[in-house]
Design a protein around this ligand. Structure first.
Ligand code: GLN
Length: 482
């Protein structure tokens, strides 16, 4: 049996039945990572102590102390989520030797359920990017074609899940960084409603947009992990006191009577022909499994990218002010005054994309430009959100492509930031509106590259997304299409 190819829920069954030991799983996983990750580079750090943890978990299982919904499951974590006793680099030289003194709330929660953290995954520096090429430690490759990008910024997580180098992963999504790499790597990626999951211990990019979420092999795995990480946390005042569902109980085979909105603005020029055709096939499947397809309009869609890049860079420029060579990580050796120390540390420690965003963000916040850019963007953000709220009066969920393109070649966009920014055209508006959304794999291009679709739901209605996503997945799975 190929243990490492199993889903999280299947592995959990086998561990419980003692058909395999956690030790066996973890040792073969680490061996596979050392072998295969030399070419993929999805990990920045591998936790060898996981072997000892696995032995302890086996002892528990033998004694019948089977507690925790993730008991013995190896999970990887994007390197901007703080983990005690392991580095948290954010893919940046400025945090190269940074060890967090505490665990993020999501880490506490998955550990409490018995998960084993198998390692930290590669990412675009500070989560700025759509290809994982902005990592200071070198890019990650797409497991389906090593000459192509895995997407970003959670490219390491998506690539690791896709290549069976972990059983699930936690990523972060500010403008698409869970969903776009999930789509590029043929896995499931869920961005929860803003406020659903605690951000405590997530190194902030844009605080009003960031959310942590699961990247998994299938929808059921996603339900399991989402349930564990969701819920109010008193350490994050933006997390909300809302009931957390048992998402697994919303897994369906049919969606009779469910209204699925198709926004016309997401099918305009510039979208890859094969991606478009695949999404059209899925729309037919939706009808076959009982859904009602409804044409809708989200008229402010086209302003999303501009709005997102003003608000996200503004917030990032403020959040990244803390990396000054005093409090954390890297400090330049070359300084004679405090100003020199700040300037040289930041100059040497940050990569080009980080500097670009700090400059852009500082500019849109500066006096004289604040009203013209930042304030205007906030107003447009409200209009974008209202578009969605209006649409959800008539439909239960919205279905769109996740990205307009197939995974692109390494190096293809890295010198053209505007082109790179357009990769997120279908995902950023969801963050601006604070909505939940998933990307699920729906098949392959003629060149054997994965294609994903996005399902967006109303605020705090993750379970509606699960109903539709699981029904589509079930349909495709039985026909051998994913
Ligand atoms: N690609 C987008 C950006 O570069 C989104 C990143 C993210 O979601 N972290 O800003």
């Amino acid at each position: 049996m190929e243990i490492l190819g199993l889903t999280l829920w299947k592995l959990r069954e086998l561990l419980k039945k003692k058909e395999i030991s956690c030790y066996e799983v973890v040792t073969s996983l680490i061996e596979k990572i050392y072998e295969e990750d030399r070419k993929l580079h999805s990990y920045l750090y591998v936790n060898e102590k996981a072997v000892e943890e696995a032995k302890k978990i086996d002892e528990k299982i033998v004694k019948g102390e089977i507690e925790g919904s993730l008991l013995g499951i190896p999970i990887s974590v994007k390197d901007n989520i703080c983990t005690k006793n392991m580095p948290t680099t954010c893919g940046s030289k400025i945090l190269e030797n940074f060890y967090s003194p505490y665990d993020a709330t999501v880490i506490e929660r998955i550990k409490r359920e018995g998960a084993i953290i198998i390692g930290k995954t590669n990412m675009d520096e500070f989560a700025f990017g759509s290809s994982t090429e902005n990592s200071a430690f070198g890019p990650t490759k797409n497991p389906f074609d090593n000459s192509r990008v895995p997407g970003g910024s959670s490219g390491g997580s998506a690539s690791a899940v896709s290549a069976n180098l972990c059983f699930a992963s936690l990523g972060s999504d500010t403008g698409g960084s869970i969903r776009q790499p999930a789509s590029f790597c043929g896995v499931v990626g869920f961005k929860p409603t803003y406020g659903r999951v605690s951000r405590y211990g997530l190194v902030a990019f844009a605080s009003s947009l960031d959310q942590i979420g699961p990247i998994t092999k299938d929808v059921r795995d996603c339900c399991i992990l989402l349930k564990v990480i969701s819920g109010k946390d008193r350490k994050d005042s933006t997390s909300l006191e809302k009931e957390v569902c048992d998402y697994e109980s919303y897994i369906r085979e049919r969606i009779d009577g469910v209204k699925v909105g198709i926004p016309k603005e997401y099918f305009v020029g510039g979208i890859d022909r094969e991606v478009k055709e695949k999404v059209e096939d899925v729309i037919k499947i939706v009808e076959e499994i009982g859904g009602e397809v409804v044409d809708i309009s989200l008229p402010h869609t086209e302003y999303g990218i501009a709005t997102y890049y003003i608000i996200s860079t503004a917030e990032a420029s403020a959040n990244l002010a803390r990396f000054d060579g005093i409090k954390y990580g890297y400090r330049s050796k070359d300084y004679s005054s405090i100003i020199d120390l700040y300037m040289n540390t930041r100059g040497e420690g940050f990569g080009d994309e980080v500097k670009r965003r700090i400059i852009l963000g500082t500019y849109v916040l500066s006096s004289g430009y604040y009203e013209a850019y930042y304030l205007k963007a906030q107003k447009v953000r409200t209009l974008i959100k209202e578009d969605f709220l209006k649409a959800f009066r008539n439909v239960d969920v919205i279905l769109t492509p996740t990205t307009p393109e197939l995974p692109f070649k390494l190096g293809e966009k890295v010198d053209d930031p505007l082109k790179m920014y357009l990769s997120d055209i279908f995902t950023v508006n969801v963050n601006l509106a604070g909505l939940p959304a998933v990307s699920i794999p729906v098949g392959f291009s003629s060149t054997k590259l994965p294609i994903g679709i996005q399902i967006i739901g109303p605020h705090f209605c993750e379970e509606k997304i699960i109903e539709v996503a699981s029904s589509i997945e079930n349909y495709l799975r039985w026909r051998g299409k994913v």
